[in-house]
Design a protein around this ligand. Sequence first.
Ligand code: GLV
Length: 334
Amino acid sequence: MRRDPKEVRVLVTRKFPERGIDMLKNEGFGVNVWPHERPMTGEEFLKEAKRSTAIFCTLSEKIDRPFLEDCSHIDVISQFGVGYDNIDVMTAGHLGIPVCNTPDVLSDATADVAFGLMINVSRKMFWLHKSIAKGEWKYFRPGSGLGIELRGKMLGVFGMGRIGAEMARRCKSAFGMNIIYHNRKPDKKAEDELEARYVTFDALLEESDVLTLHASLSKDTEGMFDMKAFRRMKKSAIFINTARGLMHNEEDLIRALREGEIWGAGLDVTNPEPMDQNNPLLEMENVAVLPHIGSATEETRNRMSELAASGIIKYYRGEVIDNLVNRRSLDRGR
Ligand code: GLV
């Protein structure tokens, strides 16, 4: 929709990298950046959104049906991030509000974190690092702090999309790992390029030495990794989650690790977030936890900022938005 840039008021909900914000300003838009480190409360968000025509936001902003119905005047929503489970995109579509996100540009950075967590867990690096800080490095101990090797092991990818494929590429080229995966439907490209084998969900649990999550959060995937799933996994398996914490049941994960149902876990996302500092996972030998930093590199965050801004700019120029996530419901709403 074309609009006089002077009429456009973009609510930028966090201090995102300047690049995208400058792009919006250069376009002549009014830009209102929330100046605090903390996210807005629901009330603050609603108040600011009422005075805006577009929203540049991220996963901390809850954009549900009541919010959207109250703010149906919003022209476009651009999410800084690939996941958009914080937004009811279907309702947005029915109200005629396009929603776009920032895929692709963060796949490498996120796969690096999954890969790094896998190596860290397999060699107990976080725990051993902490043991030095506690003064426990007294002498060389040939039989302690032993990890497990990854060469030739089976990588199970839950959600073979762009990030899952990057993780699989890293594991295959670095460690000659074999790849199995489970998706809603088979992915021929991954099968050809990575010699990946499509398996059922149960087979993925049973055969993986390292099980890595890269699917998006939905009603179907929420809570999928619970005690029942952990019990099906190998006792020697490593569980990696860099997707969404709500996909695993954290109480069950703690129990599965304590009871030896699985060997280790690496998490960049937790359930809930942020993780409590007294969470028992933080004291476990074979566990590594990070505070949701998958895309957190200078380069990637700059690219995300540019891409998120370009969605809004394209909308107001009347150009095609490439990363629209609610095309179908938009069409139906029209
Ligand atoms: C981060 O979690 C994202 O979805 O981009």
